[in-house]
Write a protein that binds this ligand. Structure first.
Ligand code: IPE
Ligand code: IPE
Ligand code: MG
Length: 240
């Protein structure tokens, strides 16, 4: 089977899961799994860019991940900083726009500054929007939007009658992005773990047993092929 370039998703979202388990299987500390995971992410970003898929969102750190051991969290920050330092030139060269969704302010100052810098430098690019979900939680996102809308209503800036899906979306982190067409989760877990819960209402899901550090371009193509076999009905009747 070959990929139909005219039927590619506009937005792929990935829950990059299984780094820790993969490392443990090799008898290595969890952080090795995260290190390998960064390398895999780079390959998948490049493949997405080559295919011309316009948006890729990667779940890199959840709101709930703050409950992990401090050493693991610190090691993840270090990996993120190194990634940003090393990849900036590549993002510029490929004209990739880097964007964070989530609560950036939860991160240490130096991480925040690096993230903002890369966002600022790459905001003019549009060959691919690389969206990184960091300290992201879908429920937190919805609550934040609700609070902001309520404040505007209180100040008479928004009338209750104006609150519809279109307006609500403007208060989400993903305000400028289309909903994900395809959501991939690795490592055999079949749950959403609070990722893009509003935006994935009509997303096609693809689960694989493969852990993120062993996810390859071939596995990615398998997911895209599976997506192309789906009939998306959005609640309507589909005539064969
Ligand atoms: C995903 O891998 C990466 C992050 C959540 C940062 P995990 O660290 O969750 O790996 P497992 O699920 O424990 O194997
Ligand atoms: C989801 O994976 C978050 C990321 C991949 C960043 P988790 O490993 O944190 O999710 P659970 O705990 O298995 O639901
Ligand atoms: Mg996990």
């Amino acid at each position: 089977m070959v990929l139909e370039t005219s039927k590619l998703p506009k937005h792929v979202a990935i829950i990059m899961d299984g780094n820790g388990r993969w490392a443990k299987k090799q008898g290595l500390p969890r952080i090795y799994g995260h290190q390998k995971g960064v390398e895999v992410a780079k390959k998948i970003i490049t493949k997405t860019w080559e295919l011309g898929i316009p948006v890729l969102t990667l779940f890199a750190f959840s709101k709930e991940n703050w409950e992990r051991p401090k050493e693991e969290i610190t090691a993840l920050f270090e990996l993120l900083k190194v990634y940003l330092d090393n990849e900036l030139e590549n993002l510029k060269e490929k004209e990739i726009c880097f964007k964070v969704i989530g609560d950036k302010e939860d991160f240490p100052k130096d991480v925040q500054e690096k993230l903002s810098l890369v966002e600022r430098i790459t905001e003019k690019y549009n060959k691919l929007i690389l969206c990184m979900a960091l300290s992201y939680g879908g429920r937190a996102e919805i609550l934040k939007a609700t609070r902001q809308i309520a404040e505007r209503v209180k100040k008479n800036e928004i009338d209750l009658i104006e609150i519809n899906e279109e307006l609500f979306r403007k208060f989400l982190y993903t305000k400028d992005l289309p909903d994900p067409d395809l959501l991939i989760r690795t490592s055999g877990e079949m749950r959403i773990s609070n990722f893009l819960i509003f935006q994935s209402a009509y997303t096609e899901f693809y689960f694989t047993e493969v852990c993120w550090p062993e996810f390859t371009e071939e596995e990615y193509l398998k997911a895209l092929l599976s997506y192309q076999q789906r009939i998306r009905k959005f609640g309507r009747v589909y005539e064969f």
